[in-house]
Design a protein around this ligand. Structure first.
Ligand SMILES: [Zn+2]
Length: 307
């Protein structure tokens, strides 16, 4: 019996990192598609040209977790969240804003357990600025445009995660309040069941400012929305035996305005950050594969002197 229980625990522990934590993959795709549609004319054709590719890859970072990819800082999983309410109470002034500060204060294990989402967002933003800069350089690498599109897709994933309230709390799956599974019920089932009837605001390009502060502000706002989600789940499950249509209808009613706002925000945030990265790179003209290109200059070695 104990062996079975232990085996089940093992399965659950293995399943949790991949099964939860992230808007559902299709929700990521929807949000990134909306964001690209809201880009200004200087950027939109460049992304439109590869829109399906960019949208598809917006789910990649979650697949890196499934595949168990690791980088120098560790596994991929903590890049997707910051359990900020495990570290401090609102307004979270005591949470270090640098990763080095996190490690110094909490030690590497606890810092990784809390998550690395703000710094991962900054890392991908900086990469995007670099690829946009490469596009603007006269002899920049020919693949800079492809890199910019791909990293914009990856960055969109992490920005969308930051806008998901259950990525900003230690009670990310309701496991501390006997509401297990709320993470995917909220971010996947609730959204996809209602996607066609949700009333999302048009994408807005907003000021972003320094990226690290922006990541924290987005995550802190997300954390403030955790309590209403859990309260709505408690009410929706009362007197019910299954997570059926009635449950999801009862969950949606109180949460609909917030859900619509947060999903709308997510796409506006993605579009706004891409615009800022492009401006920070000096607003280079963005090439189109289908458009005319000036030919690259052939570089020859100087002729050898006569013998
Ligand atoms: Zn994610």
């Amino acid at each position: 019996m104990r062996a079975i229980a232990a085996a089940l625990c093992g399965v659950l522990v293995l399943a949790i990192p991949t099964a939860v934590r992230g808007w559902g993959m299709d929700v990521h795709r929807h949000l990134t598609r909306r964001a690209l549609g809201g880009l200004p004319p200087e950027l939109k054709p460049f992304f439109d040209e590869q829109r399906d590719y960019i949208v598809e890859h917006a789910a990649d970072p979650d697949l890196w977790r499934v595949a168990g990819l690791r980088t120098a800082v560790g596994e991929e999983d903590p890049n997707h969240f910051l359990d900020i309410d495990d570290l401090d109470a609102a307004p979270f002034a005591n949470v270090p804003r640098t990763w080095e500060g996190m490690v110094a204060k909490y030690g590497i294990d606890r810092a990784n357990k809390a998550g690395r989402l703000p710094w991962r967002g900054v890392e991908m933003y900086d990469r995007l600025v670099g690829h946009f800069r490469d596009i603007g350089r006269p002899n920049g690498p020919g693949y800079a445009a492809d890199n910019a599109r791909y990293i914009a897709s990856v960055l969109s994933h992490y920005l969308e995660d930051a806008s998901q309230p259950l990525h900003a709390t230690g009670n990310y799956d309701g496991q501390l309040t006997n509401q297990n599974g709320i993470h995917s019920r909220f971010e996947t089932a609730l959204v996809l069941r209602n996607w066609s009837t949700l009333n999302l605001a048009p994408v807005e390009i907003r000021p972003v400012g320094p990226m690290l502060g922006f990541m924290f502000a987005t995550i802190i706002e997300s954390q403030s929305l955790v309590a209403p989600i859990l309260a709505a789940d408690t009410r929706a499950t009362a007197g019910r035996e299954f997570y059926d249509d009635g449950y999801f209808a009862a969950l949606l009613t109180p949460l609909k305005p917030m859900l619509e706002r947060r999903l709308s925000d997510a796409s506006s945030i993605v579009a706004s950050v891409i615009v800022q990265a492009w401006k920070e790179a000096g607003s280079p003209p963005l090439p189109l594969n289908t458009g005319p290109r000036s030919p690259a200059r052939i570089r020859r070695a100087p002729a050898a002197p006569p013998k």
